[in-house]
Write a protein that binds this ligand. Structure first.
Ligand SMILES: O=P([O-])(O)O[C@H]1O[C@H](COP(=O)(O)O)[C@@H](O)[C@H](O)[C@H]1O
Ligand SMILES: [Mg+2]
Length: 607
């Protein structure tokens, strides 16, 4: 550790402005580790990085704030968490004072490094403003925090988590009083209030306040029992059948918080308990057995789960990401190898399960009163299904914040939201939680799979039957890593500067939607119906062969994501393999022509 007496010493970087920024940081930060990191960078003359981290500030992205942990205003640390919470608290008092003062705010955290501390600092900031705090005393899945906001009708919720990001990251998810993550204008308003309340109150570091203040309560036990009581409403049919199921299942929480919660979910559903992946079942903030703790990565992330499943003769694997709001699933194929369902395949199955389960328990509610939601970069399977079955379907921008807020609006109009999903393995089954929830989607899927296995069928056969009925919907999605924001700007600028491209290799572009600027060539007024989002890059191309491809920058990770889909009518002569081959060619052409990974030094997904 650095000698902190240097804090008092003169900092001479050659730039007065930077010297002042450094002094200012050292004078406000009471965390020895982050101060020491700043001093180390000064000693190493790492001035450009220092300047970048002290003169910029993190902004709200797809899922609130998410950044690397470390010193400076671009990183997650004590200072930025306190400043964010001070500003956020002030905004709550301005926007909904009586609710904030009466019902307070719920605060939860995952099992990452610093998550509990950041949650406590956020709680102190709220208490200082007279806002009661329901601060969880132990780590929880994100969906339980989202659930607690609705249950206690709090003014807001904060979840300290970076979900499945690398171990050095952390984040600050914000839920509004409706239980969904915030959308504009709240994000902008909070950002504004943060800037207006940067000065850190001396009491901000006093964590002892949490032990003495009457404004602090611990919702853990109450929320745990209430969440699982409500989960019972998702159980359909006879629990005894599930207990006698032939299905053997393996589960991994991927070093995150899910183990205890998924066990309880299985108990509520009367499911046989799953086989655990011993190396990954306890929370470990270093995620030692995986490169990325993201079950969305597919086989590379599920390696140990597959080994455990093989050793125990499991047919199905389910996995959560570390904050247990995402759900992944793999199934052993006839050849013995594992098929990892992609987010769209899983969404198609869970959407159908939601529809079937609802119709079996509410046969009299007309389909016109039901609806489902998906993000615009997800498969159009639910749209095809809705057209055939006569329920409503809507697509939203990426991010559960958009889908949950849309769902709430329709609920207020008297509709029932059955299901919402996004291709990045996020599923909101029902409306107990207005966010994606891997802890409830897991047992719903496991219960349905149990039924299938008892009938001698499998999930893959079930998916195939859906494609026969509603048409094949094949997607090919992935990403490239790019750590250099100017390169990303260059790539997307090239796609706009001389007019949008009219072709991509041999494929003709028939429509273009540019969500970054609000343009959509398919409408007469050329305006996109989705909200314009200048903070991210997002271009969608519709091709003459009916395929659709989107390029977009992630709001949570340094990635350019791509999404492509091909759809065939139900009775099409083309096989799944032929369709997949056609799509692969289009996807490769899209990448080579528009992204040009070699030219721009983009790093492909590994594994
Ligand atoms: O990371 P999580 O599980 O919280 O998930 C977050 O990130 C996903 C990917 O977003 P992007 O493509 O912008 O990275 C979003 O779709 C999701 O709604 C958000 O909560
Ligand atoms: Mg997550």
């Amino acid at each position: 550790m650095q000698d902190l007496s240097a804090k008092e010493a003169d900092i001479k970087t050659g730039s007065n402005k930077l010297d002042e920024e450094i002094q200012s940081w050292l004078s406000i930060d009471r965390n020895e580790n982050t101060c020491a990191e700043i001093l180390k960078m000064v000693n190493e003359r790492n001035y450009s990085e220092l300047e970048a981290m002290l003169t910029n500030r993190m902004a709200f992205g797809t899922a609130g704030l998410r950044a690397r942990m470390g010193p400076g205003y671009t990183c997650m640390n004590d200072v930025t968490v306190i400043q964010t919470s001070q500003g956020f608290g002030k905004y709550l008092l301005e926007a909904q004072e009586s609710l904030a003062k009466e019902n307070g705010i719920a605060i939860g955290f995952d099992a990452r490094h610093n998550s509990a501390r950041f949650a406590k600092l956020a709680a102190v900031a709220m208490i200082r403003l007279g806002i009661p705090v329901h601060l969880f005393s132990d780590y929880t899945p994100t969906p339980l925090l989202a659930y607690s906001v609705r249950k206690y009708k709090t003014a807001a919720g904060i979840m300290i988590t970076a979900s499945h990001n690398p171990k050095d990251d952390n984040g600050y998810k914000v839920f509004w009083s409706n239980g969904a993550q915030i959308i504009p204008p709240h994000d902008r308003n909070i950002a504004q209030h943060i800037l207006e309340n940067l000065e850190i109150h001396p009491e901000a570091w006093n964590l002892d306040l949490l032990g003495t203040s009457k404004l602090r309560s611990d919702p853990y036990a109450d929320i745990f029992s209430s969440y699982y009581k409500d989960l019972e409403s998702y159980v359909v049919g006879d629990k005894n059948c599930l207990a006698s199921s032939k299905l053997k299942l393996t589960y991994t929480p991927m070093h995150g918080v899910g183990q205890k919660f998924m066990k309880q979910s299985f108990d509520v559903f009367g499911l046989n308990q799953f086989v655990s992946v011993l190396e990954q079942c306890d929370p470990d903030p270093d995620f030692p057995t995986v490169i990325f703790p993201n079950p969305e990565e597919g086989k590379s992330a599920l390696d140990l789960a597959m080994k455990a499943a093989d050793a125990n003769g499991s047919d199905v694997i389910i996995a959560n990401d570390p904050d247990a709001d995402r759900l992944a699933c793999a199934e052993r194929s006839e050849s013995g190898s594992w098929h990892v369902f992609n987010g769209n395949e899983l969404g198609s199955m869970l959407g159908t399960i939601a529809y079937e389960n609802f119709k079996s328990t509410n046969p009299t509610i007309p389909n016109e009163k039901l609806y489902m939601v998906a993000s615009t970069v997800s498969s159009k399977f639910l749209k095809s299904m809705s057209q055939r079955e006569g329920f409503m379907f809507e697509e939203c921008l990426t991010g559960f914040k958009w889908m949950a807020n849309y769902a709430l609006r329709k609920m207020a109009e008297g509709y029932t939201c059955l299901f919402a999903y996004e291709e990045s393995i996020g599923y909101m089954y029902g409306t107990n939680v207005m966010d994606k929830d891997g802890i409830s989607a897991g047992p719903v899927l496991a219960a349905y799979a149990s039924k299938l296995y008892n009938e001698g069928s499998t999930l893959s056969q079930f998916l195939h039957s859906l494609y026969s009925k509603y048409g094949y919907h094949i997607s090919n999605d992935s990403y490239y890593l790019c750590y250099d924001p100017p390169t990303i700007q260059t790539i997307f600028r090239a796609l706009r500067e001389n007019g949008y491209p009219t072709s991509c290799g041999k494929y003709k572009v028939v429509n273009i939607r540019d969500v970054t600027t609000g343009y959509d060539s398919s409408f007469e007024d050329k305006k996109s119906v989705l909200p314009t989002d200048p903070s991210c890059q997002m271009l969608t191309f519709s091709f003459d062969n009916g395929c659709v491809g989107t390029l977009r920058t992630s709001g949570t990770e340094p990635k350019i994501k791509y999404y492509t889909e091909i759809i065939s009518p139900p009775q099409s002569e083309l096989s799944k393999d032929e369709l997949a081959k056609q799509l692969l060619d289009l996807k490769n052409t899209l990448i080579e022509t528009f992204l040009q990974p070699e030219k721009y030094g983009l790093k492909a997904k590994t594994g």
